[in-house]
Design a protein around this ligand. Structure first.
Ligand SMILES: [Zn+2]
Length: 126
């Protein structure tokens, strides 16, 4: 896109805002208002309401970056998979059942299990 293409009103407003506060400030504010908050709350609220805890998949999944650095690794939040389990013996959702069948293990183990050395590089010990 060249700088001379006509801009929408929103684009004009946004670029004016960027100009007046600076790009860094703008992005910080933007992230605060829309990006992180939105996705995190929207996701967890919706899925929690749908699947009762006792029939939730037991796999551990990678959540949001926690922003803590350990050595050269940035840590992520360890979450329980929000999907519904489909088997009474494995207690896993279709995706994680599939992962089990394909690889013989879960990428991040089970939520209730202790972290392995490799998983600590992802989640740390918080
Ligand atoms: Zn799952």
């Amino acid at each position: 896109m060249s700088g001379n293409t006509p801009q929408s009103p929103a684009e004009i407003l946004l670029s004016a805002a960027v100009k007046s506060v600076g790009k860094r400030e703008f992005l910080k504010a933007y992230e605060k208002l829309f990006a992180s908050k939105h996705s995190v709350e929207g996701k967890s609220q919706r899925t929690k309401a749908e699947v009762p805890a006792e029939s939730q998949c037991c796999a551990r999944i990678k959540g949001d970056r926690v922003g803590i650095k350990v050595g050269r690794y940035v840590l992520f939040e360890a979450l329980q998979c929000p999907r519904r389990e489909v088997s009474n013996d494995l207690h896993l959702c279709p995706i994680h059942t599939n992962q089990m069948n394909k690889f013989g293990e879960l990428a991040f183990g089970r939520f209730a299990e202790e972290l392995s050395e490799d998983q600590k590089k992802v989640f740390g010990e918080l």
